[in-house]
Write a protein that binds this ligand. Structure first.
Ligand code: BMA
Length: 929
């Protein structure tokens, strides 16, 4: 099954369809409109495959010529053409088999005609919105220029070059692998810019840091090397009489009883140094009313030498008319339409429509008397605990990412009660649809610049390229309310301080380079282009303290300052005392294997070795050094290894189940630890944690990884666990250092706190009924961070005749206001690891009933599945086989006799009997007993 087939979302409406009626000047991707008459209205003509333009891709010597696709890339072009003999790109060992592709240069060519009116406009430009990466561009045999940055839009003046008939556009790509190696070798004459290469386990290419391209396309510890080449975004002709509008800067701030809206129109002009005068019309409206309509006459736009111009406006709108934009869980992510148009001689030349949100954002770093500083984001004056994950590119080949897939992944975040994502610095500045969907769903975006886990050159060509990249990307993304923070890089401050790449002997040299790139270049530009948001130089960092300590903090992992990334694959991930108590935790994780379903898309069904935990295919896909060993170690410590032979298919299936459950339980433990420490201040001043962003949300291919959602969109147990551990109101059970066991009710906001009865029960592994239960009232004036129930564990065990090895603790919450089980998910606490549990019994868990209902509001089928058990069953996993959808809960502890689980189907369920037969249930005792 391909990725597209696995995503069965059908409810998606493309964002641009919603705005199309207002957006009459700019053709959107996928449109097939070709202009016949060019008026004063600006024209953008996309020379894309979807518009019927036929590109050719070839090896420079002409020995291979295939159809090319734009937007697209060389790997998918070759695959589509059927010239890749070993099958699909991600099948088995094809990442290695197809390595030759990136070692070659490739040419893209288009022959085309255009309307003669377009050719005669005063301004005619060829705009390449995304070129991956090193290429020479020529039109009609005349060299236009070179491209060297995947994240830059290139614009060439073709006013006197473009003809109505017989145009020849040529894009000659050079191997990114060869270019990077040459640049690295060139640099070596001066000094080394490490790393020398990625670890051998990555099976990747070296020196991604020498090319402004998706760093992970050269491989990563969760991804293959597919260093693509191609036109990954649209190529267009833009023709206009005077000016065009590229980006709109939007800043909203509260000023007395008004929202002040600062707008900056980033324009491009047809000619150099000519001023144009026209009328701007600005409207802000919601579905019902126009809230603001301003006309600004005789506004002058003067292009500079670069043909760029800016026009600034300041508007005000009564705060009582506006509902502020708030992240998921804190209110509504309300968006308003902002429409901007520019006319000359009463003819509209430009019109642009954006969805904007009214919000302020501040990064609060206040001195604390107990030591250190706070570190949290405040949106519209409300401190926000960031709940979420880290986003990596949705595919190793950007052309395979669809808006539907982005929406599917982001909807899965909201379904799991997340409010934040960090766009990690080794991928790409995401597609517009990503930020539009985040705006709409209320997901806060922590946006890294694309620098990760490397030192970088600071030669003038490099810094110039980065400068253009940063200007363009900040302008493109700035108007999105979801974007709340810029970060200069991923882990490079920590790498320098920790000497990850052997830079210690020349520390000052590398520190100077670091400052040149992230502080003097990137930070300077961001401060100029977007003063509306906080900027941190690195993630993790100590925030202001990093700056005070010369940008490389003495301890970038300090619990008292900034954010931390924390990984420890050798400690007990189910024990809270293993974890730090930082101000923000922006990365932490454990690996797990992908599901059988994902694996089946890449493994040969008849090859036994492909289906072995010790097989060559799994080891080929494990890029994290010692990754499989660490998973095995964690599984054997927490569960015990399965009884099956790991080199058989059954053994692999058991390891899939165990690694996935281990991962889910470990990330749950760590996340609840961070959430609880929002309200805790330790003796050493640590705590007051305000973020839990686990590593990582999504996958780039089918492989062992940290992801909670597999390549294609399938939820691992971790993602089901996230629904509960990110619930806005829940009970946290934990053992404290003083030998007590405590229950906390935890809430994001006081409004989330529900009055009711919390029941904590002590249960034996071999009994369905609890041995003892304790009920405590919970009411509205409860103090945050205070335990609702606390007991000495030893006393509790003695009273009930339990031991750590025979019993576990559970919690349930009853909502007295509604008289129902509340939205707080049930919870549990283990007192030991499973190899020590002496009395776990084999349980018979069965489906006793299934019934389907059509839920009109969600336009989907829901199936109620009733389960019964005759014994305590741990980590019960329901697999829906070929049916695509999600469950209301999964991977749960089953200690009530009956339980109803809902299945939200993404496709119509015609035959409920067939659905039932497809269900497969597994629980722990079946594997370890
Ligand atoms: C962090 C990330 C990634 C990496 C992950 C897992 O360091 O920033 O670079 O994939 O850990 O190792």
């Amino acid at each position: 099954m391909t990725m597209k087939q696995m995503v069965c979302a059908s409810y998606w409406t493309p964002f641009w369809m919603l705005i199309l009626p207002l957006c009459y000047c700019h053709l959107m991707p996928g449109d097939t409109f070709r202009p016949s008459v060019v008026s004063a209205e600006n024209v953008r003509l996309d020379l894309t495959t979807a518009n019927g333009y036929q590109w050719r891709t070839s090896l420079p010597n002409g020995s291979l010529v295939v159809e090319g696709q734009v937007p697209g890339g060389i790997y998918t072009d070759l695959e589509r053409a059927g010239v890749l003999r070993s099958g699909p790109l991600l099948y088995r060992f094809n990442d290695g088999n197809y390595r030759w592709i990136a070692f070659n240069d490739w040419n893209y060519a288009l022959d085309f005609d255009v309307d003669s009116n377009l050719v005669n406009q005063p301004g005619v430009f060829l705009v390449l919105h995304g070129v991956d990466t090193i290429a020479e561009i020529s039109l009609n045999r005349l060299f236009l220029g070179e491209t060297d940055n995947m994240f830059v839009r290139y614009r060439f003046n073709v006013r006197n070059l473009l003809k109505a008939q017989g145009n020849q556009l040529r894009v000659q790509f050079r191997s990114p692998v060869a270019v990077s190696r040459n640049r690295y070798e060139q640099q070596l004459m001066d000094y080394i810019v490490p790393p020398r290469c990625v670890p051998p386990e990555y099976q990747g290419e070296c020196h991604a840091n020498f090319i402004r391209k998706m760093q992970a396309s050269f491989s990563w510890d969760w991804g293959p090397a597919f260093p693509s080449m191609g036109l990954w975004k649209a190529v267009s002709l833009e023709a206009y009489q005077s000016i065009t509008l590229r980006d709109v800067y939007v800043e909203t701030s509260l000023n007395g009883s008004d929202w002040q809206v600062d707008l900056l129109m980033h324009c491009e002009t047809a000619d150099i140094g000519v001023s144009h005068s026209g009328t701007w019309a600005i409207r802000i409206f919601d579905n019902e009313d126009v809230l603001l309509h301003e006309l600004i006459d005789d506004s002058l736009v003067s292009g500079d030498q670069e043909r760029e111009a800016t026009v600034r406006f300041q508007l005000r709108i009564g705060a009582d008319q506006i509902e502020p934009w708030m992240p998921n869980g804190y209110g509504n992510p309300t968006l308003y339409n902002l429409s901007v148009s520019y006319s000359e001689n009463e003819q509209v030349a430009i019109a642009k429509n954006l969805l904007i949100g009214f919000r302020t954002v501040v990064l609060v770093e206040d001195d604390l008397q107990t030591g250190g500083r706070t570190f949290y984001l405040q949106v519209n004056d409300v401190p926000i605990f960031l709940k979420g994950s880290n986003w990596i590119p949705a595919d190793v080949l950007p052309e395979l990412v669809t808006p539907e897939y982005i929406r599917d992944l982001l909807t899965s975040c909201v379904d799991a009660n997340m409010n934040s994502l960090r766009v990690w610095g080794g991928g790409i500045y995401e597609l517009d649809e990503f930020y539009q969907t985040a705006d709409e769903l209320g997901i806060l975006v922590w946006q890294d610049f694309m620098f990760a886990c490397s030192m970088y050159p600071t030669t003038s060509w490099f810094l110039e390229s980065v400068s253009i990249e940063v200007v363009q990307q900040v302008r493109r993304l700035q108007a999105h309310p979801s974007v709340v923070l810029w970060a200069g890089n991923n882990e490079n401050e920590a790498a320098l301080r920790g000497n990850w790449y052997g830079t210690l002997s020349d520390f000052n040299l590398y520190r100077q380079d670091y400052i040149k790139l992230y502080v003097d270049t990137i930070r300077e530009i961001v401060r100029r282009e977007d003063p509306s948001r906080p900027f941190v130089v690195s993630s993790p960092s100590n925030g202001k303290l990093s700056e005070e300590e010369g940008h490389i903090a003495r301890d970038p992992y300090s619990e008292l300052y900034g954010d931390v990334h924390y990984y420890n694959y050798y400690s007990n991930g189910w024990n809270s005392s293993s974890f730090p108590k930082p101000r923000m935790s922006t990365e932490y994780g454990f690996q797990a294997l992908p599901s059988v379903h994902s694996w089946a898309t890449v493994a040969d069904p008849s090859n036994d070795d492909d289906w072995s935990f010790n097989g060559a295919l799994l080891s080929n896909r494990q890029h994290h050094p010692l990754g499989n060993f660490e998973m095995e170690l964690q599984v054997s410590s927490r569960f015990g290894l399965p009884k099956t032979n790991l080199s058989t298919r059954r053994g692999l299936e058991d390891m899939i189940y165990l690694t996935q459950m281990h991962q889910a339980q470990a990330i749950k433990t760590q996340t609840l630890h961070y959430r609880r420490h929002k309200y805790q201040l330790s003796e050493n001043g640590a705590g007051l944690t305000m973020a839990a962003l686990y590593w990582q949300l999504n996958d780039i291919w089918q492989a062992p990884s940290w992801a909670s959602i597999e390549y294609g969109g399938r939820w691992k147990p971790l993602h089901y666990f996230a629904v509960d551990f990110f619930a806005p109101f829940l009970c946290i059970l934990t053992e404290l250092d003083d030998g007590t066991v405590a229950a906390f009710v935890h809430f994001d906001r006081r409004q989330d706190l529900v009055s009711g009865i919390l029941t904590v029960s002590l249960r034996s592994w071999d009994l369905l009924d609890p041995l003892a239960s304790f009920s405590s009232p919970v009411n509205q004036d409860m103090l945050a961070g205070e335990p609702v129930w606390i007991r000495s564990l030893n006393e509790l065990l003695n009273e009930t005749g339990c031991t750590r090895e025979t019993c576990f603790i559970t919690s349930a919450f009853f909502d007295t206001t509604t008289g129902q089980e509340s939205i707080a998910p049930p919870n549990y606490l283990f007192l030991t690891s499973f190899p020590n549990v002496g009395n776990l019994q084999m349980a018979s868990v069965e489906v006793v009933d299934v019934s389907k209902v059509y839920v009109t509001q969600r336009s989907e089928w829901t199936v109620n599945i009733t389960l019964a058990t005759d014994n305590v069953a741990a980590f019960v996993w329901i697999d829906s086989g070929t049916y695509c959808g999600t469950f209301s809960t999964n991977g749960f502890m089953f200690y009530d006799r009956f339980k109803t689980v809902k299945f939200y189907s993404k496709t119509e369920i015609v035959d409920i009997g067939n659905f039932k037969n497809n269900l497969n249930l597994i629980h722990l005792a079946q594997i370890i007993l």
